[in-house]
Structure formats: structure tokens, C-alpha cells
Design a protein around this ligand. Structure first.
Ligand code: ADP
Ligand code: ADP
Length: 226
């Protein structure tokens, strides 16, 4: 669950990147975050990831008030927020399995548990048969699916994506979105920042539209297009 209560964010050097923003997403809900460059999309995602802190207002994520989260709880909190990037940031000096395993190894999981979780994640994105491949040998769509497997290997409650289909053709983009939707069906809250209007229209999901740091519309796409 994602809950913003009158959240504002001002960077030291700039105007407000987000202004008095309130929104609520239920567990298992999927929404798109839209808006021009500079509208505040990345800032909103960074607040959820705890990469930035609000200047005003409160964020309740998975029932936790992020402002009251103890420093020692932050690593555990972050594990439950999966993030997918446009350029998927895979490491080409190791195979698919090891790329997906990385967050678990950093967290100190035992090898048996790493193996179990990595294979579960690769299975969810349909890449179990490619675990020994180097990601450089995979297609763009497959690479993005490895990025998604890595993002979900901690079984996050929230999955965030920043332009995840930026480099993919429409067919592959649709495939990636179908995957996100499937995670939604498992109860994961999915928030995808994107410029891809065709994709949003096809997916027919809630759309949160930002303009200069304000949430100016929050509707199903069917209503927006009227
Ligand atoms: P979007 O992701 O929609 O392009 P951002 O959240 O990146 O928007 O940016 C919102 C506003 O905040 C912009 O005016 C941008 O210049 C500013 N901004 C973003 N990050 C920083 C930062 N680290 N320091 C100062 N200003 C920033
Ligand atoms: P599953 O449903 O796949 O079994 P769980 O989330 O229940 O996954 O956890 C599986 C194992 O991982 C358990 O042994 C649990 O103790 C361990 N585990 C889960 N979360 C953490 C965490 N944040 N830090 C360390 N170990 C964890």
C-alpha cells in the first residue's frame, strides 16, 4: 500500500519538485505515473525508495510511516521495494543467475536460499532456461526481464519502474507490462512511470498525471480520454 499525505519536496537548489501531493494506492493495484520531463515523477519514486526525504507531509508505505522508520530498519524496508530501471543496469561480467542473485548475496542469504529465490524469480519472468547465459547474449526484452527478476527477488510488496519500456518495441513493451500486471495479481503494488501513451491506453489502468509537482489528474484512462 502506498499513501502520500500532502507531501512536498523541495531540493535545496530548486523550486518545489512536488507540491502538497496526496494519493493512495491499495495493495495489488497497478497505476501509471505520467507527466512531462521535470514534472516530479522520479522524485515521487525516490521518496518511496527512501532515496529522498519529503520537505513536508507524510508517506505511509506498507503501513509504515517512513518519517518514523528507524535507521536500522531502512535496509529491510528497501528490500520490500523492487525497482526496475530503463537501462536495467545488468552486469555483463557474470551470468543471469548471478545478476539476479546479487541483492540476496548483499543481504547475506545462504546459498541454498539464494538458489531457491533466484529460480523462483527467473521462473516468474520466463527465463529459467537462461540462467547460465551472459545477459549480453540476450535480447533487449529478455535483459529487461532479468532486471525485473532482480527487482522481485526479495519478494517486494511494491514494484516501481522508471520508463521500463523506453528502449523496447511495442510488442515487447506489452509483454513487460503483462508481467507487471501479473505481479499485481500476486498482491504487489505496481507503479510505472512512463511516457508511452499507447501502452497506457492498451493497459487501461489508473493514471496519475503530474504537472509541475502537482497531481492534476488521477483517473482511469477511459475517463481521461473522454
Ligand atoms: P521527472 O522525473 O518527472 O522528469 P524529476 O522528479 O526528475 O521529474 O524532477 C522534478 C524537478 O525537480 C525538476 O525541476 C528537477 O530539475 C528538480 N530536481 C530533480 N532532482 C533534483 C536534485 N537532485 N537537485 C535539484 N533539483 C532536482
Ligand atoms: P518464502 O515465502 O519464499 O518462503 P519468506 O519471505 O517467507 O519467503 O522468507 C523465506 C526465508 O527468508 C525465511 O527463512 C526468512 O527467515 C528469510 N527472510 C525473509 N526476509 C528476510 C529478511 N528481511 N532478512 C533476512 N532473512 C529474511
Amino acid at each position: 500500500m502506498i499513501h502520500f499525505d500532502k507531501v512536498s519536496k523541495r531540493y535545496p537548489t530548486a523550486q518545489e519538485a512536488l507540491s502538497g501531493l496526496s494519493l493512495h494506492m491499495d495493495a495489488g493495484e497497478m497505476a501509471f505515473l505520467t507527466g512531462h520531463s521535470g514534472a516530479g515523477k522520479s522524485t515521487l519514486l525516490k521518496l518511496i525508495m527512501l532515496m529522498e526525504r519529503p520537505t513536508q507531509g507524510q508517506l505511509l508505505i506498507n503501513g509504515k510511516n517512513l518519517g518514523r522508520l528507524h535507521r536500522s530498519q531502512i535496509p529491510y524496508y528497501r528490500r520490500r521495494v523492487g525497482v526496475v530501471f530503463q537501462n536495467h543496469q545488468l552486469l555483463f561480467d557474470r551470468n543471469v543467475f548471478d545478476n539476479v542473485a546479487l541483492p540476496l548475496q548483499v543481504s547475506g542469504y545462504q546459498p541454498r536460499e539464494v538458489g531457491r529465490r533466484v529460480r523462483a524469480a527467473l521462473d516468474k519472468v520466463g527465463l529459467l532456461n537462461k540462467e547460465k547465459h551472459n545477459p549480453i547474449a540476450l535480447s533487449g526484452g529478455e535483459q529487461q526481464r532479468v532486471g525485473i527478476a532482480r527487482a522481485v527477488v526479495h519478494k517486494p510488496r511494491i514494484l516501481l519502474a522508471d520508463e521500463p519500456t523506453g528502449n523496447l518495441d511495442p510488442e515487447l513493451s506489452a509483454e513487460i507490462m503483462t508481467l507487471f500486471r501479473q505481479f499485481g495479481e500476486l498482491g504487489v503494488t505496481v507503479l510505472v512511470a512512463t511516457h508511452d501513451v499507447d501502452l497506457i491506453t492498451r493497459m487501461n489502468r489508473r493514471q496519475l498525471h503530474l504537472q509541475q509537482g502537482k497531481l492534476v489528474s488521477d483517473e482511469a484512462i477511459a475517463d481521461v480520454s473522454r
